[in-house]
Design a protein around this ligand. Structure first.
Ligand SMILES: O=C(O)C(=O)C[C@]1(C(=O)O)C=C[C@@H](O)C=C1
Length: 245
């Protein structure tokens, strides 16, 4: 058998990629597909046309007839698809495609894999990808639990700091919204005494979303956020009305 060839996909590969996706997905441990073969053909044709995605296909060097063994589809920061034809499983196609993506995305990338797809998860783990977070699937089309994995590349500190910066931007927006609400509720309260029961409820509520931190740690975090928010919204001495004489 001749060598594996990986090349950027051409627009003419679109239908063959869509067919390979349908076959491989049906054979994988994944939730049932939600789209028809025709919808898939349209979706891949659009991905091959747009500027946001790169697609690579794998074939044997002597198979110039368009029959594909696998493909990978990625944005600049996400590996969206990596599928290998069921008949070519275990022949190194997936590894070669993943190495191609690593080579062209040296700053690292993330991907989502269904939790039930244990074969894919161990394939990625064996090749240096790390698990970052798990979801209950509410955010994906299939509503199936999934796992975010990342290849951090040769400078993992820079890669993870980039992801931390993204999350901190969201955290900053949430803190800004929260302090505005602390200000609003203070304006209509009779007393400015702290309410420990309410603060404990807040910590327990957040613990349902962030169980790894647990209610006790979150109680300390919530306490600090509320203390600093109250301090920030408290009228400063210069804004206070002048004392009566
Ligand atoms: O809910 C209230 O009563 C508030 O005053 C708001 C708030 C908060 O910022 O969440 C602030 C202080 C209280 O100790 C509890 C909660």
């Amino acid at each position: 058998m001749s060598d594996l060839l990986v090349r950027p996909a051409a627009p003419e590969d679109s239908d063959a990629i869509a067919a390979l996706y349908g076959r491989s997905r049906a054979a994988a441990s994944m939730p049932p597909a939600l789209h028809t073969a025709e919808e898939d053909r349209g979706w891949f044709a659009a991905r091959l046309r747009d500027d946001d995605h790169d697609v690579w296909v794998a074939q044997r060097g002597d198979q110039r007839d368009g029959s594909l063994l696998g493909y990978a589809l990625a944005t600049s920061t996400w590996l969206d698809h990596l599928f290998v034809d069921p008949d070519a499983q275990g022949s190194g196609v997936g590894g070669v495609l993943l190495d191609t993506v690593k080579a062209v995305r040296p700053a690292g990338f993330c991907l989502w894999v269904f939790e039930m797809n244990t074969a894919a998860r161990s394939f990625y783990a064996r090749r240096g990808l790390v698990e970052l977070e798990r979801t209950d699937g509410a955010g994906n089309e299939e509503k199936a639990p999934d796992v975010r994995m990342a290849w951090p590349g040769p400078d993992p500190i820079a890669f993870f700091r980039g992801l931390i910066d993204e999350v901190d931007d969201s955290l900053g927006e949430l803190l800004a919204r929260r302090v505005a609400l602390t200000r609003a509720v203070q304006a209509v309260k009779q007393s400015d005494a702290r309410d420990p029961d309410r603060e404990r409820q807040i910590a327990e509520r957040i613990a349902r979303v962030a169980p790894e931190l647990g209610a006790d740690r979150l109680a300390r975090i919530v306490h600090a956020i509320i203390t600093e928010s109250l301090d920030a919204v408290r009228p400063s001495p210069t804004e206070a009305p002048a004392p009566e004489r």
